[in-house]
Design a protein around this ligand. Sequence first.
Ligand code: XMP
Length: 326
Amino acid sequence: MQNNVRPETMERITTPALAQAFIQEQLAALKAQVGNKKVLLALSGGVDSSVVAALLIKAIGQNLVCVHVNHGLLRKGEPEQVIQVFRNEMNANLIYVDAVDRFLDKLAGVSDPEQKRKIIGAEFIRVFEEEARKQEGIEFLAQGTIYPDILESGPVKAHHNVGGLPEDLKFELVEPLKFLFKDEVRVVGHELGLPDGMVYRQPFPGPGLGVRCVGAITRDRLEAVRESDAILREEFAKNGLEGKVWQYFTIVPDFKTVGVKDNKRCFEWPVVLRAVNTRDAMTATVEDVPFALLQHITQRITAEVPGVNRVLFDLTPKPTGTIEWE
Ligand code: XMP
């Protein structure tokens, strides 16, 4: 049975030197565990899977097979960034799976939030499984499990991003980050040369923009979520709020209100802005975003995002509101 308790003697990785020492130690351990065998990794582009990928690329190069599944619910520019960083810059063996139609077709007409989450999770496993079956000679599965995942889920539960592969696809697990906390993973990622935008990015839920396109997802409303989110992120970055505010995003509810555009009456969606701070996501406070910035973001979203005529700012702390809307 694998040891899942962080050694008491393990120093907290807070400096580049400590991160370098961790990296050297892990490279040796990974080479010893895997040898010249192949390893499969679901690479979402999130911090944890990206750091695992960067470590394994250093350790075993082309014997790491990364699978990036685009389920259509990623933020603007994310699939492109994964391809740019890992395939073009790090020369990774990366399989890009465009599963957008597959996911959106399955989700069509489904409005129940838990049902949406289930469909996204199950479909992800199915797509990943299909790719795994196409590969020959894979013996290991790498995962971006970090220490809080182990603390929260007990000793046996798999990392929340991947799990539930069928019995005949049982691989030996490779989990180089399993004793690290998130801040340590970020220091290691930075030392491995990953871009800041990837290493310091805000939390993003597994079901992605799917939980921010409230109710049954339609392609046009999903685009409104993606485009408004990109504008919000761009404006927060320009105005020094990136890295300061814990989580910020937009939501597009599934109702329309009347408005006026180009002197004509229009019936379009509202976009809701959410920006919160928290330590542990159990409670959260609302960021005091400057009013002029809110006005500027409103102006940009209503001018640039098709189908949107109104912007609202969610003033609700958690409790009573949750961070996400679904
Ligand atoms: P709530 O909305 O419950 O969110 O206040 C707390 C934190 O969890 C994230 N979140 C999720 N993350 N899968 C995830 O991986 C999910 O289904 C999910 N739902 C919420 C949310 O973004 C926030 O950081």
